[in-house]
Design a protein around this ligand. Structure first.
Ligand code: KIV
Ligand code: ZN
Length: 515
């Protein structure tokens, strides 16, 4: 029997570093529970020193999750490590992940430190982290562009200091598979105490090679892969969890390890949940979780698959949790059926009031749409939590007129700081008119960077899930909304984004920000 490859999910930390992908505490706990149900080994829940919100989220995840190890990120600084230690105090199994850059360019330009100082600080950080937990991970940031001899020196020192996992990040996604695999092999051969630590990899996708690089590392002895659901992450993202896991599972003949601990049937649920919460739609042709990943368009393929599935399919759709009939509830379903199905999807209501609110939303939706799918339910719960975070602005009602040959007109009633405003505007289309009417009240000073609509399920009665990205003074946020009427969904998404941009930001970025 081969060893399990350790799956370390960083959707809640690196994934959240995607512009606009910030998540609330409740959303993070929801995703963490879904990851736990998938039996992910380690969940990196955030960067506790970044803000009070980040600290509370890591703490809440640490207190909720029992089966997976919960990890907090910390720069190689005392104050970061203390904060991470505090956030993880009540974890069943907690890990501190500390890092410092080791590439010549990062040491010189970003840290303004000499290599000797970097080694000293790395060792100090690992020793400090060991005061809180035996489970310490160290990353030499930008390892992919670091000098081999120096990397070996740093790794030997931190392993001696007590790091049980050494993670090799290709921070800027610069490496190619052969090179990165060789790097891992050489490090394992050359670092004298390499047998005392698990070698991990953390690859970014700037050249589209994150999964390939990670897997090449596994073939060369990496025992842990850091990855994210849907490949979310800083810039072009990280290696995608579903791609790494399904490749190792499907190509058992090639890999020296297995992922038998992972319940792959939870993959689709996690993917949809993350997409619904972050508003980052999954491209249709995305491997494993894209809408077309198991669809056969051409007649020849369809014929082949019907005769024998293996002619064109290397994985079973059921293995990633894609079941043909996902319709679960309808107009006549009761509260118990509703609550039970959501529990199966990993959603627990904190109070009867929360359940009642979501159930009322479900009944409204069932009036407009006969068949309620899992994805509708996830969107509904997401919407309830979005409404809870919409603190200053709320959509009261809206009327939009569209007529051939006429300019669309939107009349929007908006509650802003507990006062109702009615605003009327014309626009190039109904969405444009609605956004103009909203902005006439809010006067937000934001630029619209992205507007996208996705249907949650198929059919013309499907809910449209809208993502809106706005920017103000360099700060970027995403807003989301869902409704069977896509103009209303658009207004909800815009209002959600404006609520977020109006809220004060107190959060720092682990790799660039000062804290
Ligand atoms: O990309 C990176 O180098 C990171 C580290 C903090 C591990 O995210
Ligand atoms: Zn990263």
């Amino acid at each position: 029997m081969s060893d399990n490859l350790i799956i370390f999910d960083t959707t809640l930390r690196d994934g959240e570093q995607s512009p606009g992908a910030s998540m609330t505490l409740d959303e993070k706990v929801r995703i963490a529970k879904a990851l736990e149900r998938m039996h992910v080994d380690v969940i990196e829940a955030g960067f506790p020193i970044a803000s009070r919100g980040d600290f509370e989220a890591v703490k809440a995840v640490a207190e909720t999750i029992k089966d997976s190890t919960v990890c907090g990120l910390a720069r190689a600084l005392d104050k970061d490590i203390e904060r991470a230690g505090e956030a993880l105090k009540f974890a069943n199994s907690g890990r501190i992940h500390t890092f410092i850059a080791t590439s010549p360019i990062h040491m010189k330009k970003k840290l303004r430190m000499e290599p000797d100082q970097v080694v000293e600080q790395a060792v100090m950080a690992v020793k400090k982290a060991r005061q809180y937990t035996d489970n310490v991970e160290f990353s030499p940031e930008d390892a992919g562009r670091s000098e081999l001899d120096f990397l070996c020196r740093v790794l030997e020192a931190v392993i001696d200091a007590g790091a049980g996992t050494v993670n090799i990040p290709d921070t800027v996604g610069y490496n190619v598979p052969d090179q990165f695999g060789n790097l891992i092999r050489r490090l394992r051969e050359r670092v004298p105490n390499s047998d005392k630590a698990v070698f991990s990899v953390h690859c970014h996708n700037d050249l589209g090679l994150a999964t390939a690089n990670s897997l090449s590392a596994v073939l060369n002895g990496a025992g842990q892969v850091e990855c994210t659901i849907n490949g979310l992450g800083e810039r072009a993202g990280n290696a995608s969890l579903e791609e790494v896991v399904m490749t190792v599972k499907t190509r058992k003949d090639i890999f020296p390890c297995s992922v038998d601990q992972i319940d792959t049937t939870q993959i689709m649920n996690c993917s949809r949940l993350v997409s619904s919460i972050t508003g980052f739609a999954v491209q249709p042709n995305k491997a494993i979780v894209g809408a077309n990943a198991f669809a056969h368009e051409s007649g020849i393929h369809q014929d082949g698959v019907l005769k024998s599935r293996e002619t064109y399919e290397i994985m079973r759709a059921e293995d990633v949790g894609l079941t043909a009939n996902r319709m679960v509830l309808g107009k006549h379903s009761g509260r118990n059926a509703f609550r039970t199905r959501l529990q199966e999807l990993g959603v627990e209501f904190k109070s009867e009031a929360e359940l009642n609110d979501s159930f009322a939303r479900f009944k409204d939706l069932a009036d407009k749409k006969h068949e309620i799918y899992d994805d509708d339910l996830q969107a509904l719960v997401t919407e309830a939590s979005l409404d809870a975070e919409n603190e200053r602005l709320r959509l009261v009602s809206m009327k939009v007129c569209s007529e051939t040959g006429e300019k669309p007109e939107a009349t929007v009633t908006l509650e802003m700081d507990d006062k109702e405003h009615v605003s009327v505007e014309n626009g190039g289309g109904p969405v444009d008119a609605a956004f103009k009417a909203i902005n006439k009240v809010v006067n937000s000073g934001t630029d619209l960077l992205l507007y996208s609509v996705n249907n949650i399920t198929s059919g013309t009665d499907s809910q449209g899930e809208v993502t809106v990205r706005v920017e103000k003074g360099g700060r970027i946020v995403n807003g989301q909304g869902a409704d069977t009427d896509i103009v209303i969904a658009s207004a909800k998404a815009y209002i959600n984004a404006l609520n977020k941009i109006l809220a004060p930001e107190e959060r720092a970025h682990p790799q660039t920000g000062d804290v």
